[in-house]
Design a protein around this ligand. Sequence first.
Ligand SMILES: O=C(O)CCC(=O)C(=O)O
Ligand SMILES: [Fe+2]
Length: 237
Amino acid sequence: MNPLPEPPLFGPPPAGYRRREIAPGAVHLPGWLTPEQQRSLVTACRGWATGPVPIRHTRLPRGGVMSVQTVCLGWHWKPYAYTRTADDVNGRPVTPFPGWLADLGRRAVADAYQDEERAAGYEPDAALVNFYDAEARLGMHQDKDEKTLDPVVSLSIGDSCLFRLGNTEHRNRPWTDLTLASGDLLVFGGPSRLAYHAVPKIHPGTGDPATGLAAGRLNLTLRVTGLTDPGPGPATR
Ligand SMILES: O=C(O)CCC(=O)C(=O)O
Ligand SMILES: [Fe+2]
């Protein structure tokens, strides 16, 4: 089932949206998602959160549990690999990656880089949908479990957060702090694709309940895994 209205809801972004290059290859477009798109995405995320693989706090291999809650589309991310089934949750196949979300990702790349050709070749096949309550945090990390260096498209809805974009070498300074608010798009690719990044703080009460999210923050990151399913194997008779 496709819980989202089809285009024209996913038409052009609000007129006069701004672009700001945070670092080479990292572009922030505040308010890129219209209020309608934000509402539609919240509705879609509610559906995905119920399963077949329910949203959960990811367990880390060393025993920790992430404060962020995550549900995946296309490929299931379990630290630190992608699989088609959620073997650390309930073993069920991951929710398919919807075509309309890939279309939205291509529009995001087009607008961030002002490059239609680059956007046309962008084929995201995995998304991590993260929910942050007021206390949730995400530590400095790289998105490096993908086999390609295609850009990551990040969409934020609900409460604002402090987002920290670091360097590609290590978790420490230099970094750039910015606020990601509801409707913001951030694309990080090119020289920033493997930059460390973090969400050190959520700003509770800053979201507009009209999005359908009364509290907390949603973030979707679209990625190109570069993975393919294993074939059926040698024919048997
Ligand atoms: O919530 C965010 O803005 C970033 C999420 C993130 O870095 C991730 O899911 O890998
Ligand atoms: Fe990340």
